[in-house]
Design a protein. Structure first.
Length: 86
């Protein structure tokens, strides 16, 4: 149900929908194992990174979907490297 709603709302494509569903959950899974905390953290991460991606796409005149996915991917790799160091 959420995939269908996201495709309708975002209107970009299936790659953006999958990235918005998977990457914030993967980031929050690195820092918590409680399901309720992970859901709240994942939602906040998704909102912040989506707004950051939209801002960058507007400022740099890039495609919004691709920029959001790049911001999400960058955040995942940064969080993974921070997790392995600490």
């Amino acid at each position: 149900m959420s995939v269908v709603i996201l495709i309708r709302v975002v209107g970009i494509g299936i790659i953006l929908v999958i990235a918005l569903l998977a990457i914030p959950a993967a980031i929050s899974k690195q820092f918590t194992h409680n399901m309720k905390t992970m859901m709240v953290t994942s939602t906040i991460i998704a909102m912040v990174l989506t707004v950051a991606g939209l801002f960058l796409s507007y400022a740099l005149d890039l495609a919004s979907g691709a920029t959001i996915v790049l911001v999400l991917g960058t955040a995942f790799f940064v969080s993974s490297s921070l997790k392995s160091r600490f």
